[in-house]
Ligand binder design. Sequence first.
Ligand SMILES: Nc1ncnc2c1ncn2[C@@H]1O[C@H](COP(=O)(O)OP(=O)(O)O)[C@@H](O)[C@H]1O
Ligand SMILES: [Mg+2]
Length: 606
Amino acid sequence: MLERILGKDLAYYVRTHRGLLILSLALTAAAALFAVVPVYLLQPFIDEGMKTGSSPASWKIPWVDLNFAGGFSWKRTERVLIENISSNRLLVLLSIIAFLSMLIRSIARYFSQLSATAFSNRAIRSVRTDLFSKFVSLPLGFYHKRKAGDLISRATNDLVVMQDRIANILIGLVEQPLSALAFVIYVLIMDYQLTLLIVIVVPALVGLIHLFGRKVKKNATKIQDSLSRVTSAYHETILCLKEVQGFCMNQTELEKFKKLAEQLYKNVMRWNRWNLGLSPIMDVTGFLVLPGVIVIGKVYFHHTLGELLSIIYAYAKVYEPMKNLARLNTELRTLQGATETVFSIMKTIPEIRDRAGAVELPRHRKSIEFNKVSFAYQSQVPVLSNISLRIEAGEMIAFVGSTGAGKSTLLDLVPRFYDVTAGSIIIDGIDIREVTLDSLRRQIAMVSQEILLFHDTITNNIRYGDPKRTMEEVIEAARAAHAHEFITVQPHGYESMVGDRGTLLSGGQRQRIAIARAILSNPSILILDEAASALDAESERYLDEAIKKLRGGRTILVAAHRLSTIKAANRICVLEGGRIVESGTREELLDLGGRFRKLHDIQFGA
Ligand SMILES: Nc1ncnc2c1ncn2[C@@H]1O[C@H](COP(=O)(O)OP(=O)(O)O)[C@@H](O)[C@H]1O
Ligand SMILES: [Mg+2]
């Protein structure tokens, strides 16, 4: 049932809080039933309580006598609850009962809504954390094809749509039919022939509800899509603000944004046209019937004023929940629009994950082998072809080659940011696809050209991989990375904030913090991808010294197109067009007089 309404995915989350859900629905049902009481009281209130003179009043309620003797038959009668009471006393009594029933109903409603808010928000809290956990586990490849702003919008805007509607819908789906039913029974007992008149409009209403629901869902999806484009625009512009301002593109970006905002506005209006249109149309249809009920009720069925008023009141009360149900339908359609996109992200199965039966990779101490490795980001364009290479533990190996040769790609394969397309990478005799991602990545520290720091203190950035590290260890790592000197002159020393993505520090400073972070995590494999390319000569010298200290204890893979940074390497591989074209020691390659010699001569002007 829950699945039919909310869809399988969302239902799963709501069901985990089924205790609260049931409590809320039970209270809702009680509240709905108590709402009927005042209507029942209206007829005696007018017909008996308003009697003038001294004739005693009585309180009768409509009743049905069921007769099972000789088949089944039924007959509408009355049941007397109170007799021979003065009309004024009856008025007081009825008022008190009406008040009490409304009091109970209000209390029940309050607690039903409170528990409804609780279960829907708990469900969304779980969806939210699961979505985040999905985001942090999806491989990098997933994000190349998507805008970050779009994903952020899904995680915020779409979830808000869901959060607001789940409770409303579930409660409404119990409350509205139940109160409609209670009043239908009432009018049936009062006059079943009149009731038939009411029922005639139902198919027309259902048709309308269906049509409007379809339109609303379509436009709700469009709103969420537009909203995501707007969020993306904010996100991208803020990220690239320097470019935007530098190229004086403020006005152009604004114009582009205006178009997006306009599109969003149009979609919101289109949605509202259908969403708001349903109620008035239903009202018109409903009120076609009402005068008929009054006229026919008086002329043909000779109802008293009290009975007629009570029937009309009850009729309005049947009609109201139907209208609410229609509104719920459009809400549900809006919810479904948001749910679909969120769960389509949730259902992405990460291509890179632990295989069944993955083992822990013991600390690397033998070798890293590339075994006929080929790789392509898109299936048609090979980026690496047939790379075979054996690196001994403790060796420092450098990859050189022009930009776009595939150096970064090759290094990214080691921590499995991507999986090889063909061939294999073997660490200490185990294929890295057979080990747990955790045990593999824990042994690897990576420093790349583009250093991003977290908006936090320098200390916390250095011990990011392991927050339990002591201050002494942090300082020791910072010294080894030659970062200590500039950190101590920062306004708050190690507790200085680095700014969003580290923007308060220079490129060289960020680099050294990243190296301190790498040193602190005590990796068995250190990967440096163009770590020095953004550095001035002085920082580069510091970096060289830091690397020298790290040599021997760990396997170091370095990629650089600047040859000065790789002097310390044991061995150099020259990569061109995704293939290793030369390899050997620096001297060997210089003697060879090939590609490396050419690069060397260009850079050192020989
Ligand atoms: N995420 C990606 N999707 C598709 N192609 C990519 C991606 N990243 C890099 N490439 C392509 O792969 C090739 C190698 O890039 P890369 O490994 O970064 O080279 P290098 O680090 O040697 O400069 C380039 O042609 C580049 O255009
Ligand atoms: Mg690169």
